[in-house]
Every structure is written in structure tokens, then in C-alpha cells.
Design a protein around this ligand. Structure first.
Ligand code: 5GP
Ligand code: ZN
Length: 116
């Protein structure tokens, strides 16, 4: 996808603070962190959103969740805990149309997952 920001980050055309990478995924620090640990985990395949996950691309989704464990260990939040968020579409607050998972931690995140 030529105009996709996260595809450009994958290709190295836009810089990022890389945390972890393998054949399937890239994990990098969010540019506007909302917690001490705020890392985006993205598949190295352009999947626009949760709506576009299929059986055919599901290997990437499996690899995202396996990689989250690695990133959690690297970030030293394995014991303290964390939250993984995936926004989808307008009501879900998705801004970048390349599937991504926010890994948040490093502080007590509270119990609310939706603003009043
Ligand atoms: P969304 O709202 O789509 O779920 O989240 C997009 C996230 O991407 C936001 O948290 C935003 O701060 C982050 N972001 C947007 N542009 C960039 C960028 O160029 N570099 C990095 N590292 N993060 C970005
Ligand atoms: Zn993309």
C-alpha cells in the first residue's frame, strides 16, 4: 500500500524507534505515548483493520500475539501487567488504516476501557 504510513515504516522510508522485529511483525514505540510503555505491534503485511482479518492472513495475527509476549518481556512488564488495544474504524478511534495493536503498561491503567 503506497500511501500507508505503517507500510512506509516497515520499508524504512519513515523512521521509528524499533523495539522488536521478525519475519512477520514489527514493534516500535508510539510517537505520542499515553503510558510509560506504549508500543505498536504491526503485521508486515498490509491489513487495513480488524475487519480485514481472514483465514488466509491469520498467520500474521498469530505471530502478532506471539510477538507481544516477546515485547512484554523486553519492556519488563511481564509481572506488572499490561493492556493490548486494537482500534477499528471511526467509532473505534482508528486513525492509521494498517492493523496495529497498542501495548500499554508501566503504570496502573485503571479499570475503565471506555471514556464516559
Ligand atoms: P490508532 O488511533 O489508529 O489506533 O493509533 C495510531 C497510533 O499511531 C497513535 O497512537 C499515534 O500516536 C501513532 N502514530 C501516528 N503516526 C506515527 C508515526 O509516524 N510514528 C509512530 N511511531 N507512531 C505514530
Ligand atoms: Zn500498510
Amino acid at each position: 500500500m503506497e500511501n500507508c504510513l505503517f507500510c512506509k515504516i516497515i520499508k524504512g522510508e519513515v523512521g521509528c524507534e524499533k523495539v522488536y522485529e521478525n519475519e512477520y511483525i514489527l514493534a516500535f514505540k508510539d510517537i505520542h505515548p499515553v503510558a510509560p510503555v506504549h508500543i505498536l505491534i504491526i503485521p508486515k503485511l498490509h491489513i487495513s483493520s480488524m475487519n480485514d482479518i481472514t483465514y488466509e492472513n491469520s498467520e500474521y495475527i498469530k505471530q502478532v500475539y506471539i510477538a507481544i509476549r516477546e515485547v512484554v518481556r523486553i519492556s519488563c512488564i511481564y509481572e506488572s501487567g499490561y493492556r493490548v488495544i486494537c482500534n477499528c474504524g471511526e467509532d473505534g478511534g482508528q486513525v492509521v488504516a494498517h492493523l496495529h495493536f497498542h501495548l500499554l503498561g508501566g503504570k496502573h491503567l485503571g479499570s475503565k476501557i471506555v471514556h464516559e
